[in-house]
Design a protein around this ligand. Structure first.
Ligand SMILES: Cc1ncc(COP(=O)(O)O)c(C=O)c1O
Length: 410
């Protein structure tokens, strides 16, 4: 007898479709397509020489330990390095406040499993990081989104929604934000809004989840204190921080970490026991070496210059190719890897995606970045991976494609 597999799947997973943009990426195999879709850091910024050197040493000196099971919470050497990494950003933690993760997506999964029951409310921006939506969706929460503003989350909008929910006897489990150079919009939350968000968190006793992959990729202006550090100044305990080294170092090693109150970190470590057990020691040792002996600060300066130049090429070509009468607008980020384009309302970027492939250019349709009630006339652009020449060409192709959609010939 053939099993009816669908009836065997768990309630949480039966309707779960995973990362819908993954399926679109399968369509991008044609090498002539310039992809602005993925969130890939540039291999030009990979520390290849240092990687080879340190890798040889780790395998020479520590091969047996590298091949063995290792501590669930993380390697001591990496935990030490993370403490220092955060101290330079005015965040004070001890090992008790850290769990090493197998990168950001794993960190999000731990959060979802730890906090969410089916139907629980998560407050988030519209748009927000699609990977967080996908990770949390496994627990079938309800997403309550408020349109993001030029200076970050609409905190008053969050307050209104939270108060309305509380009147119904419902308390959101947490507020999820990416305050620095948000994926997908590139928007950064102002200091005023960070303080207002912390006030909101305290007033309503709702924790904040601060996802921070891009903090060091600032190309313009001054760094704004993290929510975590501002909360620590107020006594701490309301913010959980989520970090990954995927963008700053490399995504291939899959290393990140979560920080928070020790009772929260202990529970995340328990969950990690039950899913990946430990993060590979080799990857952790490589990452610790990145933080302590590969010239990280110099690397950050190099990345800032390199990505800023790409952003400038992208933005100036956008100015040339999208005159105001086309009705297309886009964000102008101070850092990060992404920006957000809004097209006239009649354009559905999911449909446009298939047109764009014919024009040999790709982006991510914006609807995947909404937890509920998606807007369909927006797209996410990544400017870190393509070369400067490709970026300029991609914008021209995109403009031709959009013009054709707006004024179909024949
Ligand atoms: C805001 C945000 N959080 C988490 C992640 C996931 O990071 P990782 O690739 O390390 O799993 C990303 C990746 O793009 C991201 O943009």
């Amino acid at each position: 007898m053939i099993q009816d597999w669908n009836s065997r799947f768990s309630d949480n997973i039966r309707e779960y479709g995973g990362y819908s943009i993954g399926k679109l990426f399968d369509l991008l195999k044609d090498p002539e397509i310039i992809s602005l879709a993925g969130g890939l850091p540039s291999p030009d910024m990979f520390l290849k020489h240092e990687m080879r050197l340190v890798s040889g040493r780790i395998l020479e000196e520590n091969l047996e330990k590298v091949m063995q099971y290792t501590a669930i919470k993380g390697e001591q050497v990496l935990l030490d390095a993370i403490v220092q990494f955060l101290a330079r950003d005015n965040i004070q933690v001890t090992h008790d406040n850290i769990v090493v993760t197998s990168s950001g997506q794993h960190g999000l999964d731990l959060i979802g499993r730890l906090f969410l029951n089916p139907g629980d409310v998560v407050i988030l921006d519209r748009p927000t990081f699609a990977g967080a939506i996908v990770a949390f969706q496994m627990q079938r929460p309800e997403f309550v989104g408020v349109d993001i503003e030029d200076d970050g989350s609409n905190v008053d909008g969050f307050r209104t929604r939270i108060e309305a929910l509380e009147k119904e006897g419902r308390k959101p489990k947490f507020i999820y934000v990416v305050p620095d150079f948000q994926n997908p919009s590139g928007i950064t939350m102002s200091l005023e809004k960070r303080n207002a968000l912390l006030d909101l968190s305290r007033d309503h006793n709702i924790p904040i989840l601060e996802d921070s992959p891009y903090r060091d990729f600032r190309y313009y202006g001054e760094t704004i204190p993290s929510l975590y550090s501002l909360d620590q100044e107020r006594g701490g305990g309301n913010v959980i921080g989520l970090y990954t080294f995927s963008k700053l170092f490399c995504p291939g090693l899959r290393i990140g970490f979560n920080i928070g109150p020790s009772e929260v970190i202990d529970r995340m470590t328990n969950i990690k026991e039950g899913n990946v057990l430990n993060t590979p020691k080799y990857n952790q040792d490589m990452c610790a070496a990145f933080l302590t002996e590969m010239g990280m600060e110099e690397h950050i300066l190099k990345c800032r210059k390199y990505y800023r130049e790409k952003l400038e090429v992208f933005l100036s070509t956008m100015d040339e190719c999208f005159p105001p009468e086309l009705g297309v607008t886009w964000t102008k980020p101070d850092g990060g890897l992404f920006l957000w384009v809004t097209l006239p309302e009649e354009i559905d970027t999911h449909k446009l995606f298939y047109d764009a492939i014919k024009y040999k250019v790709a982006f991510v349709p914006g609807d995947v970045f909404f937890g509920e009630n998606p807007s369909v006339n927006m797209m996410r652009i990544n400017f870190s991976f393509a070369t400067k020449e490709q970026l300029a060409a991609a914008v021209k192709r995109l403009a031709d494609c959009v013009r054709n959609r707006l004024q179909p010939s024949g």
